[in-house]
Design a protein around this ligand. Structure first.
Ligand code: RIB
Length: 635
């Protein structure tokens, strides 16, 4: 293809084509220029010969000179895509953070007579090299953290603002800004963070500026009562996540965390942290468009007033964001046993010297602690379980099953070399059950471990305690729970005596008929037993009576509540269902009497099905039933 052929196709003179190809097109109408350039690109016309001999001749090549190619893939591919769509080729150079390498690349770029350069300089000393491009008449756009100005930038200030606003929308006011030291992105994010606080009339506190490289970063967050964290780098956010996890803080229940994303590969981006993707690809497109516009119109890049690329700030998930702990509804902490329940449906519970037949057999997750925690979680309560498991195969099943329920297992400890607790349950044809227990790891839940997890009691409304773990641990938990202002509901399973320390820290005692009898020697009437326990100093006593319902004793009330009339298939765990529902509704402010009525319904659901965990009812099903049978109870 010759210049005359191009001129003919475009309907212009050869001198017009020559002017356009040599960047001397100021006097030519923009439409004509575009028409000629379109034909030139379509026919891949390269102006060798007379036209090419001038230093301003078009080559339809641009160069990308990066300080380092490291994580710039998306930016470079955004540039390449855009350049190609305009008919340009792209030469990519990596200065590897080295001035000498940068200079070599600059020489090579000048020799290749590219039409324009997108340059991220190595450092301020790169300024010495700018004259090479000026002498060759090659337009240059600086970008990134370029020390040379004007530099094209992603508007990280705007993104920092959006991250902060997200936390403010979730009602956080103690928000920390997590940064990298001497980092331009961090500085811009900080600017947006401060502006957002100012616009929302939240006082700025310099103590809430923290750096991931600082050893005491977590302590700083805690000491300054931060509830939300804005991070300028995803890698920093992940590192903080890990450090907090180590200290047994959980995101988002203890801290909400949001971050800019994209500084690490997606494979490394677990666990999920809510945030805004940095649109490097779009930024590449943005600067490439501007460069090509400059190359084709020969306008002065320095006159551009569009140096900031302001992205659309879309949050991609909200996994790591929640309300601050003090604004969330109160949570329930459960301290108790975890067992694997081996249930045998028998034609009679074997008595000494007797043999009976097993009609059916099942293995499910059980233990009073696990049952009550799952029960409360199914009423949509925020629940933390503190318990011990072993390192056997059963322990994996336990973790897997608990993880499928919406509850925190941060307080579940694993004891290496120990067996997870096991229960052997015999259920007869009337649904009545007899249980023998191998305590395993449950017997090793120590006071120390409860203390290690004391932060789980923060914002707790109720703590559910059952005594299938060491009594000292139960008492330690009861004390900690009271120190956090929570109330204790104690199920004194298999207890023959109530220690004074436990009495002092029990707000509601829920023994079954058999346990109540052994705790109240010489008293046979339920009313007398409840009275006796009440006078020991326990403000609320509820004795569960199986198909006879339960009996309540408080200062104001002494009342019998009937059970729901159902045919029991398996009574195991009926009390666990009762206690978890009781706590879930008391936490919502329901009166003790109505909470007992609701809990009685929850227990009736449980006993009509085999096993405990599979039989625990959820909030929606329970309330649908109650609204049908007891309209008004839930009001
Ligand atoms: O309350 C029922 C539970 O008691 C069973 O799941 C069994 O494991 C025992 O702990």
């Amino acid at each position: 293809m010759t210049i005359s052929e191009i001129a003919k196709l475009a309907g212009v003179s050869t001198s017009t084509v020559s002017k356009i190809m040599n960047n001397k097109a100021q006097s030519i109408h923009p439409e004509t220029r575009e028409r000629v350039l379109k034909i030139v690109k379509e026919y891949n016309y390269t102006p060798y010969g007379a036209v090419k001999s001038t230093s301003h001749a078009k080559t339809f090549l641009i160069a990308v000179l990066r300080r380092s190619l490291g994580k710039a893939n998306q930016l470079v591919s955004g540039i390449i895509r855009t350049a190609q769509s305009h008919g340009y080729g792209v030469l990519v150079f990596d200065s590897q953070n080295d001035l000498q390498t940068e200079l070599k690349h600059i020489t090579s770029i000048c020799q290749k007579k590219v039409d324009g350069v997108l340059w991220e300089p190595v450092d301020a000393a790169s300024a010495e090299f700018t004259h090479y491009f000026t002498e060759c008449g090659i337009p240059v756009f600086y970008h990134g953290r370029a020390p040379l100005q004007p530099s094209y930038q992603i508007d990280f200030t705007h993104m920092g603002y959006a991250l902060t606003q997200k936390l403010i929308d979730f009602r956080h006011s103690r928000i920390a800004c997590l940064m990298k030291r001497n980092n331009y992105r961090s500085e811009m994010v900080l600017e947006g963070y401060r502006k957002c606080l100012y616009d929302n009339q939240i006082p700025y506190d310099p103590q809430l500026e923290c750096f991931i490289s600082d050893e005491d970063c977590c302590s700083q967050l805690m000491a300054n009562r931060a509830t939300g964290i804005v991070s300028s780098h995803y890698a920093a956010a992940l590192s903080l996540y890990e450090q907090l996890d180590h200290l047994h803080y959980k995101i988002p229940s203890d801290f909400s965390l949001v971050s800019l994303k994209n500084d690490i590969g997606s494979a490394e981006s677990f666990p999920h942290i809510s945030g805004i993707e940095i649109p490097y690809g779009e930024f590449g497109h943005f600067i490439c468009e501007l460069l090509i516009e400059t190359c084709e119109t020969a306008c002065d890049p320095a006159s551009s007033d569009r140096y900031l690329f302001t992205p659309d700030c879309q949050f991609n998930r909200t996994d790591s964001v929640d309300l601050p702990p003090s604004l969330r509804s109160k949570k329930i902490v459960v301290v108790g046993s975890i067992n694997i329940d081996n249930t045998f449906n028998v034609d009679g519970v074997p008595q000494p010297g007797e043999t009976t037949r097993i009609l059916d057999f099942s293995v499910t997750l059980g233990g009073k602690g696990a049952n009550q925690a799952i029960g409360a979680a199914r009423f949509n309560c925020e629940v933390s379980l503190i318990a011990n498991i072993g390192s056997d195969m059963d322990s994996n099943y336990v973790i897997h099953t608990l993880s499928n329920e919406r509850l925190s297992t941060q307080g579940v400890f694993r004891d290496m070399g120990m067996q997870t607790g096991k229960a052997y349950i015999y259920t007869d044809e009337n649904g009545e059950s007899a249980i023998t227990i191998l305590p395993g790891a449950n017997a090793h839940l120590s006071c120390e471990r409860i203390r290690q997890r004391r932060h789980l009691f923060q914002n707790a409304g109720y703590c559910l305690l059952s005594t299938e773990v060491p009594l000292e641990a139960t008492i330690a938990a009861a004390r900690i729970s009271h120190s956090y202002g929570a109330k204790n509901i104690v199920n004194p399973a298999a207890l023959k005596q109530l220690p004074e320390a436990l009495i002092q820290h029990t707000d509601i005692l829920v023994p079954n008929r058999r346990v109540a009898a052994s705790l109240c020697p010489g008293l046979t009437r339920v009313e007398d037993q409840a009275d006796y326990l009440f006078h020991l100093g326990i403000p609320t006593v509820i004795i569960t009576l199986g198909h006879d319902g339960c009996y309540l004793k408080t200062l104001e009330n002494a009342q019998h509540f009937p059970a729901v009339d159902v045919t029991a298939v398996d009574t195991t765990g009926g009390a666990d269902a009762f206690i978890s529902a009781l706590a879930a509704y008391l936490i919502e402010g329901v009166s003790i009497e109505n909470a007992i009525r609701i809990a009685t319904c929850a227990a009736s659901f449980c006993v009509q099905r085999q096993g405990v965990v599979p039989a625990l009812v959820d909030k929606t099903s329970l309330e649908a039933y109650i609204n049908r049978v007891h309209p008004g109870l839930l009001r």
